[in-house]
Design a protein around this ligand. Structure first.
Ligand SMILES: Cc1cc2nc3c(=O)[nH]c(=O)nc-3n(C[C@H](O)[C@H](O)[C@H](O)COP(=O)(O)OP(=O)(O)OC[C@H]3O[C@@H](n4cnc5c(N)ncnc54)[C@H](O)[C@@H]3O)c2cc1C
Length: 314
């Protein structure tokens, strides 16, 4: 049976939320070997074996802290793929995933496709959204081994309990003196990560101020949602760029996307059109967003959102 390597991305000793969905996809291609870079495979085993991982590998290089040396981390993943005979390496298309998967692909001299929304291991094909979501490209990966990043939340994680073994694999990665990550500025812990959120509520230009975003935050808390913004709201200085959704912001794919005061620009849709359900709140019944949404509420967001929050609190 073919083996598919999965980069088990973690942050602060916790598995990233989108990893189980990636494992579910990888299982379509064969047995899953999970590669762990922080040496904590034992800690993650219980969770990962519930989703079908049969082998977990601690990639070890005693003198190297992989979180500070992405070039060594990429090399370690590539060496893991080779040592365990995986025919593909799959990970989450997060900022870290995109960085390390690209480095691993370079080491493996393997084709790379990031931000994939579908994979067909039988045909060695992936699907990606192109031209701001106007077209879906089907790409053939013409090689014995290829590397792919999956758009977060694109696949539902399906439990598949399996027994999992743990192996330590020592790699020969060397650090490149040219790159050392010396500090990582963590986002405000009160702000939920947009790319991993199952529900997102986003404010557009009519939000009018940073203060007004509090009504979205309050509503978000009732649903364990993340708060996003359009570029118009970001450019106006109401919220930071890290909250921007769209072509030049974050690409998101939640189960539910609630757009408040968004006109429905193609650039905004490029970042959220793969959401399962889109709800739009807009005062203008002719706003383009209504033609692209599953549900529309014609109304003032400053009345509708507090009413929604009240209803959700009940
Ligand atoms: C190269 C390029 C890249 C871009 N990248 C991005 C990107 O990544 N993300 C992005 O978002 N944009 C991006 N843009 C900008 C994009 O073209 C739009 O200008 C922007 O998305 C509009 O933001 P908006 O919908 O918040 O504002 P507007 O277009 O001004 O729409 C506001 C809407 O709110 C409605 N409204 C007004 N008051 C209320 C109220 N009280 N209650 C409810 N509804 C109300 C109005 O009817 C209107 O439809 C990009 C543009 C370019 C050229």
């Amino acid at each position: 049976m073919p083996k598919i390597g999965v980069f088990i991305e973690t942050a602060e000793q916790a598995i990233k939320k989108s990893v189980p969905g990636v494992i579910t996809v990888a299982l379509q291609g064969g047995e899953v070997v999970g590669f762990v870079l922080d040496g904590l495979a034992e800690k993650y085993k219980e969770t990962l074996e519930k989703f079908g991982v049969t082998q977990l590998v601690n990639l070890c290089a005693p003198d190297i802290e992989f979180s500070k040396h992405p070039e060594a981390a990429g090399l370690a993943l590539a060496q893991g793929v080779k040592a365990f005979g995986a025919s593909a390496l799959v990970g989450v298309s997060s900022p870290t995933g995109n960085d390390l998967l690209a480095r691993a692909a370079m080491e493996l001299k393997a084709p790379l496709a990031l931000d994939c929304i579908d994979v067909d291991f039988k045909e060695n094909q992936v699907k990606k959204s192109h031209f701001s979501g106007k077209a879906i490209a089907t790409i053939e990966m013409k090689a014995d081994c290829f590397v792919i990043g999956i758009r977060p939340n694109s696949f539902e994680a399906v439990p598949k309990p399996m027994a999992c073994t743990i192996t330590d694999h020592h790699i020969t990665a060397a650090t490149d003196e040219g790159i050392t990550i010396i500090a990582v500025k963590k986002p405000d812990t009160a702000v939920k990560d947009l790319t991993e959120a199952s529900v997102i509520i986003t404010g557009g230009r009519p939000m009018g101020s940073n203060e007004n975003f509090k009504i979205l935050e309050e509503c978000a808390r009732t649903m364990d949602a993340a708060v996003g913004a359009s570029r118009a709201a970001v450019d106006a200085g109401y919220v930071p760029h890290s909250m921007q959704v769209g072509q030049t912001g974050k690409i998101v794919s939640p189960k539910l996307y609630i757009g408040c005061g968004l006109s429905g620009s193609v650039q905004h849709f490029a970042g959220m059109k793969t959401s399962d359900v889109i709800v739009a709140i807009n005062t203008d019944k002719d706003a383009p967003i209504f033609t692209k949404s599953d549900y529309g509420i014609i109304g003032d967001l400053f009345e509708v959102v507090p009413a929604l929050t009240k209803a959700l609190k009940k």
